[in-house]
Structure formats: structure tokens, C-alpha cells
Ligand binder design. Sequence first.
Ligand code: SF4
Length: 355
Amino acid sequence: MDSGPPSDLAGTAGRLLAWYDRHRRRLPWRALPGERPDPYRVWLSEIMLQQTTVATVGPYFERFTARWPSVGALAAAPLDAVLAEWAGLGYYARARNLHACAQAVVERHGGAFPDQEAALLALPGVGAYTAAAVAAIAFDRPATPLDGNIERVVARLFAVAEPLPGAKPTLRRLAATLTPAERPGDYAQAAMDLGATVCLPGRPKCLLCPLEAGCRARALGIAERLPARAAKAERPTRRGVAFLAPRAAGRVVLRRRPDKGQLGGKAEVPSTDWRAEAWEAAEAAGQAPLAAVWDALPGLVRHTFTHFHLELAVWRADLPPEAAAPATARWAPVDALAGEALPTVMRKVLRHGLG
Ligand code: SF4
């Protein structure tokens, strides 16, 4: 593939800015032309938009800014109130970091967001993308945020054949060559808008694109195929045996998983290690949490995690009411299992074994 700069590299930013002045999206967190952006609103929107759509974020953004109109107000809010407003946006770690970041801005910077990428990067929950986006949009610094939309636009403009995610450094370097000294904040938003409304993933609307004349991928007829993505590695399968031990008095043995590793610290039906090889019966019995007569139930419980498939055989031992729980485990009442913070795979095990 013949990659290279767009044919009018020097004019690219100017064309995109002229297009932006006519076609910019109106978003609740965006300053109107001629207004100074509020760094608090820029930062809040960028955190909310991570892995979430503009349409979803809108009402959350309105509620947050109505209730906490400044970074100081957010910093002073109880964490629980912030988490409650965040409910539905997913990833509570981001809400915790949001609150921690607001407090850091107040404590370290007197309530004013720093205007340099490096200082922004040092704040909780602010990664390379967010630091660049806030520096550019809020402070008009010549920073180059690289989100999925901008990656796609740059991959196509330069016809970058190298697949993602390995191509990210290349795309970052090429994107930086386009960032203008004049209006870098508007330029960053223009590139985001072009990716979101014109240079679309499946079918780019090249006829509406202000960069069509110079776009390398368009000239080569390969725009739809870019950016290329590396084939996903097959997920391996791991196997284990779960030991379901209900006691006649309506209780079942649960224990806490080790803090490190998959489902670290979560409650589980005791199980063997999860590994690639199948478990021989005698070997699995050696990892049972208590001495009992174990019956292997028919079928398997299957669950898919991000990096592997899991297949669990379920062994069940019905224990008398006076049976003691193993030292590292506890009895959980069967009729209160709905209120237990159990991972989905463990709920599947309980359904499989208890019906
Ligand atoms: Fe994207 Fe087409 Fe514009 Fe190239 S010409 S940047 S592929 S919309």
C-alpha cells in the first residue's frame, strides 16, 4: 500500500478549521464561538465520554454541572453522592478518580486546572488522551489528542497500512504533524467532529469531506478498509472444578478468592485453579475444600472473560446440618444469595448446582 502524507498537507488544518466553523457539532460542554471554554466542563466531558457515546453523556453532564457547577463544588461533594449521580455511566473507578481529581485540582492548584499537558497528566484519572484534549480544547495549547475518531481520520489521510493497536505511535506522530499553531483547540475538536460525522468507520462520506482532495486513502480507494486492525488472538480455554457444598440447613460454602488474579477478592464457590489442562478426578479431589463424598454433576458451566473462556465442572456434596465450614470459607444462606456480591460465573455455578 502506498502510504504517505495527504497531497495538500500544509493546507489540511486550514480546510478542516473552515469546515468546522460551518459544521461544528453543538454539544452541551462546548464553548460557543468567541467564548472561553471552561476547563472544568471540558475535563468533565472528556472523562464522561471515555468509552461512552455523546448521546448517553448529555443528561449526565447536565445533571453534574447543575449540581456541582465548579471543580471546587465537585471536590467538596461527598464521594457517595458523586457515585450515585454516576450510576449508569459504568466503570465506577472513573467516578472515584473524577472526585479524586477534583480534590487534587483544589489542593494542588488552588481550584484552577493546570494548562500544561504534563501537569494535567499528573492528576488522578487523567491519561495521555485526556491531558492532550484538555490542554488543547480548554487552553488552546498545540497538543494532539488521539481518540478513535482522530486515529481513523489520520490513518486514512496518510493511508497507514500498519494495523492497530501497533500503529498508535505512528498515528500519534503523523497526527502531530497536522496540529496547527493557530487554533489548536478548535482543530482538535474539528478532527473529532470529522471522524464522528463524516469520516465514519464503515462508510466514510468522502464526498462531503473537506479533506477529500488530498486524502491518500480516498485516492487509493481503500478508505473503507482503514484503519487496519490486527487479527484478534484466539481466546484460550481454562478448566477447573467448582465444589458446591450445600448444608441441610439451607446454607452453602463460599470463600473469598485471592486478592491477585482473575476475580481477585471476590466471593466464590470454592474451585480448583483454572488452567489449560483438564482435571483428573483424583487430582481435583485433592483441592476440594473439605472431605466429603463429591458427585460430579452432568454438564459444564461455561463463562467467557476478556482473555479466556472458562469451563467449570461442578461437583456437589450434600452435607449434614452440623457440618463445619472449612477454615478459609463461610456458610452463606441459600435464600440470601441474591444479595451476595457474587461474580456472574459463580451465579452460573450456583444455578447449575442448586437449580
Ligand atoms: Fe475520511 Fe474520506 Fe475524508 Fe479521507 S476523504 S478523510 S477517507 S471522509
